[in-house]
Design a protein around this ligand. Sequence first.
Ligand code: B16
Ligand code: MG
Length: 218
Amino acid sequence: MFKKGFIFDLDGVIVDTAKYHYLAWKHLADELGIPFTKEQNEQFKGVSRKRCLEILLEWGDLTVPQTQFDAWLAEKNEDYLRYIETMTASEILPDVPKVLKYLQEHNIPMALGSASKNARPILKKVGLIPYFSTIVDGTQVQKAKPDPEVFMIAARELKVAPNNCVVFEDALAGIEAANTAGMTSIGIGQKEILTEAHFVFRDFTEIELNFIKELAEL
Ligand code: B16
Ligand code: MG
């Protein structure tokens, strides 16, 4: 058993893929004649692809057969994957590597805990796979955040007790998931939104390594 484990969300914590999700959803929404703004896109953060489409169709007051639903879901993802294809390490958010390197140097196990079914290809594109002992993504979870399932699986695979895990999250649903799991939650974003997080930082440039050291009990 390791004493402490660190779990990272992907979109909005390690990379800013929210802008690509927005473009792909916007493209589909335009096609369907449903208004879709960047503010609405905020509500899609941390939410599964399927649930995002359900919400979009609710906004547009559209009910469609399953085959059409699946076709639009696939279309959105193909569009999104075209953006992902162009990603490089330059899109890793500032100072994220500083924290990952520090934890790796001190043998603290790290997991990825993401709702995205595209988490692995994205991590591969930006070259961060080697940092993670385990990757738990949208292909493995049955229940979406705020359900703690994704983080509970990550803790189990890290072999760290949930109350010794630290979670970095940008979505309120993810913070709720971490708290329900009994983990320490670190919000990345706005204090006004991530009100339930134990700590909130605008981004990783605000996080000092001393703080990480304390969390890791080094
Ligand atoms: P995909 P995270 C989430 O990733 C995103 O925040 C959310 O906007 C997206 O809809 C979801 O992944 C599903 O992504 O369509 O790639 O399976 O923040 O949990 O890393
Ligand atoms: Mg996120």
